[in-house]
Ligand binder design. Structure first.
Ligand code: HMG
Ligand code: MG
Length: 303
């Protein structure tokens, strides 16, 4: 059966955008529940400036508390060598670096130009190789930038090619704004697969305009087999009207089941993790699949 690999980013991309900062203990419990459900690659935190992203403070405590589990990779975001050293000291065997396809976003997110970020990442990759740490690469703003507007597929392909050439084993294409459409997704993948093998591309779709599942379907048709998602659709910012999180892991699993594609994840286990984290955050789940199945369960009609 055609297989898809999921990268669970709820405990990082999701929680970094929530108004409430959760204690490391709650983040560890969430991650363990998600691994119990069968997720095998899980972003557990970010070694970034706590002044820039206070929600990710204590990522060292999260990573140190997570047990070694066969087949499970706990990863973390690093913006520079300082972040990489902290990740290594916390026991990370894999990290992710994050560049952007838009200059304005790079300045706002990393306080440097695209070129400066790529130079820093070159050093990160050299040190990571020495330490035996695998590195994944993100490219943000692949469908547009919140500060400067349109971004061309060629601009995304250029940054993807640089990250891949320096040794990132996979390039995750981030629709940060969640504004893309299936046709734009196809053009994006067509451009990127000219410079990075499609087997090394991943899709990272935020769901702001409700297009994430449609975009994932388009990316699947274009040959992509790795997708990032967040349990309960975590993310979005209450101070930024309209902003939403990543595609919900529950929605992605429901889509893959409907397509008959294997993924190795137990949907009900993910829903349980989503209930746990939504209670911690004091808000309902953003996953419509979870809401539907929980309502059916409550009314006794679930098979
Ligand atoms: P800066 O202010 O330019 O850094 O920030 P600096 O080098 O001038 O240092 C300033 C202070 O930060 C110093 O401390 C450094 O030690 C400290 P001070 O001397 O003032 O006490 N510092 C650090 N602290 C902890 N960890 C570090 C680190 N590096 C320096 N690694 C910096 C530059 C990169 C640090 C900052 O811009 C930053 O942390 N940015 C991260 C922003 C972020 O995390 N954004 C969200 C993740 S990206 C994302 O969500 C997109 C994605 O999901 C894909 C998509 O959807 O598109 C991946
Ligand atoms: Mg993201």
């Amino acid at each position: 059966m055609d297989a898809v690999r999921l990268v669970e980013v709820g405990a990082r991309d999701g929680l970094q955008n929530e108004a409430l900062t959760l204690a490391p203990q709650s983040r560890v419990q969430l991650l363990e529940m998600l691994a119990d459900a069968g997720l095998r690659t899980l972003e557990a935190g970010a070694f970034v400036s706590p002044r820039w992203v206070p929600q990710m403070a204590g990522s060292d405590q999260v990573l140190k508390a997570l047990p070694i589990r066969p087949g499970v990779t706990w990863t973390a975001l690093v913006p520079n060598l300082k972040g990489l050293e902290a990740a290594i000291a916390s026991g990370c065997c894999e990290v992710a670096v994050f560049a952007a396809a838009s200059e304005a976003f790079s300045q706002n997110n990393l306080n440097c130009s695209i070129e400066q970020s790529l130079r820093q990442y070159q050093q990160v990759l050299v040190r990571a190789r020495e330490a035996g740490v695998r590195v994944r690469g993100y490219v943000s703003c692949v469908m547009g930038c919140p500060f400067s507007g349109p971004v061309t597929p060629q601009a995304v392909a250029a940054v993807s090619a640089s990250l891949f050439a320096m040794g990132c084993y996979e390039i995750s294409l981030g629709d940060t704004l969640g504004k893309g459409t299936p046709a734009a997704t196809k053009s994006l993948i067509d451009a990127c697969r000219q410079v990075v093998p499609v087997s090394a591309l991943a899709g990272h779709f935020h769901d702001t305009y409700g297009m994430a599942i449609a975009n994932i379907h388009a990316a699947l048709q274009a040959g992509v087999r790795v997708f990032d998602s967040s349990v309960a659709g975590l993310g979005g910012c209450p101070y930024s009207p309209g902003a939403t999180g990543n595609v919900a892991t529950e929605e992605l699993l429901y889509l893959l089941d409907g397509l008959g594609m294997s993924h190795g994840v137990d949907l009900h286990g993910v829903i349980a993790a989503g209930e746990f984290i939504s209670a911690q955050l004091g808000r309902p789940t953003a996953s419509r699949v979870a809401r539907a199945l929980l309502a059916q369960r409550a009314s006794g009609t679930m098979a």
